[in-house]
Design a protein around this ligand. Structure first.
Ligand code: RIB
Ligand code: CA
Length: 315
């Protein structure tokens, strides 16, 4: 699958097992200008440490800028039940050598997009940093190529019947972003559940013939997925996991393997049962308000999985 052009991105993340794989995918298929971290799957200190560890494991020098330690209004909530207390449970984590480039992710996002236009912001954690950046510098939305989000859903939730974790963890931030006027691509759970890993993928990573002798990246990801499949077996009854965050990277690097629909999307902030829900208006054009989001509906999972696996190697 030919890459049409190499997009420049800033990856905002909360590693997190699938975030770690998304970093590898971004390193392979984008010009990864920088990584910003946010509280989400784990507290900020751990998501920042985990992002540094993954870049160190890959041997890449991408700067990591630490961001928000808590949501705009909601309490800081985490997902240790899925990702473990460390946020990257499974593999033995190497000693950390790298340090954050700054503790001001928002300044990095605003300054970088002022000096270079057409950067994609790829947001795969709660949208707190992106919302802060948009509120600090509203013109940002005119300078960037767009915001590719792993978040929300057209119907099914995960942390509640209707809410997906990244939006649910900071719905006020998601509301700011969806109202911002930016070009937005949304890979919700309706999409990401089409890209599933299982133990056959773990076996491929462990047995791959192209592994560099003594290579560490493929075994690291195999251990991440082995742990994640175990958690999914406990929580959902099967040893399979959705590769949520890589979808938001692929929506920028390989949009041709997706189908999108332009929809009006709002975030529910007040509903007792529905707070954090992305309300996707699928009525006909004459009834629905003007679209503000390119909602991803389909992905080619076979092509997507091969692209993901091709990015899991020593860099
Ligand atoms: O709901 C899935 C999202 O929540 C993914 O970004 C995963 O990393 C977690 O943050
Ligand atoms: Ca994430």
């Amino acid at each position: 699958m030919e890459l049409r052009s190499t997009p420049a991105i800033i990856l905002d993340c909360d590693p997190g097992h699938d975030d770690a794989i998304a970093i590898m995918l971004a390193a392979q298929f984008t010009r990864l200008v920088g990584i910003t971290t946010v509280s989400g799957n784990a507290p900020l200190e751990l998501t920042t440490r985990n992002a540094l560890i993954v870049t160190q494991l890959l041997g890449i020098e991408t700067p990591v800028h630490q961001g928000a330690a808590h949501p705009l209004a909601a309490p800081a909530l985490h997902a240790a039940i899925v990702h473990g207390e460390s946020g990257l449970e499974g593999p033995v984590l190497p000693p950390l050598v790298r340090k954050p480039a700054s503790r001001d992710a928002v300044a990095f996002i605003c300054d970088t997009t002022r000096h270079e236009t057409d950067i994609w912001l790829v947001a795969i954690g709660p949208l707190t940093n992106i919302a802060h950046a948009v509120e600090k510098d509203p013109d940002l939305v005119n300078r960037i190529a767009g915001i590719s989000i792993m978040g929300g859903s057209t119907h099914v939730g995960n942390v509640s019947p209707v809410a997906e974790f990244n939006v649910w963890a900071d719905p006020e931030a998601a509301d700011v972003v969806f109202r911002s006027g930016a070009t937005i691509r949304m890979c919700g759970l309706n999409l990401t559940h089409q890209l599933m890993t299982d133990d056959a993928i773990v076996a491929r990573l462990r047995d791959r013939s192209d592994a560099v002798a003594g290579g560490v990246v493929a075994p690291f990801v195999a251990a991440l997925l082995d742990y994640l499949h175990g958690r999914m077996a406990e929580l959902r009854g099967e040893r399979r996991a959705a590769l949520h965050d890589p979808c938001a990277v692929l929506a920028v690097t390989h949009p041709q393997i997706f189908s999108f629909g332009d929809r009006h999307v709002q975030v529910e902030l007040d509903g007792e049962l529905t707070r954090g829900m992305t309300v996707v208006d699928e009525r006909s054009a004459k009834d629905a308000p003007a679209p503000n989001v390119e909602v991803a509906y389909e992905i080619d999972p076979a092509v997507a999985m091969e692209l993901v696996l091709s990015s899991i190697h020593e860099h």
